[in-house]
Design a protein around this ligand. Structure first.
Ligand SMILES: NC(=O)c1ccc[n+]([C@@H]2O[C@H](COP(=O)([O-])OP(=O)(O)OC[C@H]3O[C@@H](n4cnc5c(N)ncnc54)[C@H](OP(=O)(O)O)[C@@H]3O)[C@@H](O)[C@H]2O)c1
Length: 255
């Protein structure tokens, strides 16, 4: 059995997951990523498995395949996720079910399969979001999925610890191509001051945090990454909720 730690990260083919995976590969971890595509991606040093996280069978098969090869999975990073942006009631109930199936029930499926193994993972990292504690217009379904994931992660932390440590990592808005595709005008465009106060976070910063958590002897319930996540978390703690509410209304009503 290899001495190197074995990491399973869902996604890993693009965006944040790819950057986290590549950083861990460069530090000598054995990294398994996943993709829904039949033609699996090729990223140097990374093993890929076919996985649609909304399928029980594919989830169990992916876990079994890693166990067959590596005998264990040390770390699971629940990264795969989808976003739907636009007026919340413009989406269908089917859209809502789909996003929950990927962002919330998917990690549940994966952890159920992985935690049933005799060699249980030592660490679970859930990539949640700033939108796991800040709900915003045009992000209703996404925020609902991330708030729920924060709750699920915390419950599992207390159920599985200390043998399996669980931590939620909540990044702010990331500096990535996908941010440009939003169908509405983001708050940062309406108030350029916000871009200065709360710049987008580099995904590389998240990957550094993940690596630190993997090497830490204990992990906190939640780690924030990015200035926006810190500032908003602080504002929610120190401002009366009526004032915070007015600020959000003001920002989002401005054309
Ligand atoms: N972007 C941001 O600003 C931001 C901020 C905070 C948190 N996050 C969170 O960070 C995570 C990654 O986001 P990202 O922006 O990097 O997204 P992304 O570039 O769109 O990547 C999403 C990944 O999820 C995988 N995926 C989607 N649906 C799947 C399914 N049903 N089964 C298995 N894999 C699936 C995709 O893999 P395939 O397409 O290859 O299957 C892809 O690798 C998400 O959980 C997101 O909520 C993002």
């Amino acid at each position: 059995m290899s001495e190197k730690k074995v990491v399973l990260i869902t996604g890993g083919n693009s965006g944040l997951g790819k950057i986290i995976a590549q950083n861990l590969i460069s530090k000598g971890y054995v990294v398994y990523g996943t993709s829904r595509n039949a033609e699996l991606p090729k990223i140097a040093g990374m093993h890929f498995l076919k996985l649609n996280i909304t399928s029980d069978t594919e989830t169990k098969d992916a876990i079994n395949e890693i166990i067959k090869k590596e005998k264990r999975i040390d770390i699971i990073i629940n990264n795969a996720g989808i976003t739907l942006t636009g007026p919340t009631l413009g989406f269908s109930a089917e859209d809502f079910k789909n996003i929950l199936d990927t962002n919330l029930i998917g990690p549940f499926r994966l952890l159920k399969a992985a935690l049933s193994l005799p060699n249980k993972p030592k660490l679970v990292i859930n990539i949640t979001s700033l939108n796991g504690f800040l709900s915003l217009p045009n992000f209703g379904l996404y925020c609902a999925s991330k708030f729920a994931m924060e709750g699920l992660g915390l419950a599992l932390r207390y159920e599985l610890g200390p043998l399996t440590k669980v931590v939620n990592v909540a990044p702010g808005a990331l500096f990535m191509e996908s941010a440009k595709k939003m169908p509405h005008k983001p708050a940062r465009e309406k108030f350029p001051l916000l871009s200065w106060l709360m710049p987008l976070t580099f995904p590389e910063d998240v990957s550094v945090v993940i690596e630190k958590l993997i090497n830490a002897s204990s992990v906190p319930p939640r780690v924030l990454v990015g200035r926006d996540a810190y500032i908003i978390n602080l504002m929610q703690k120190i401002l009366p909720s009526s004032i915070f509410d007015r600020i959000v209304f003001y920002i989002w009503r401005k054309k």
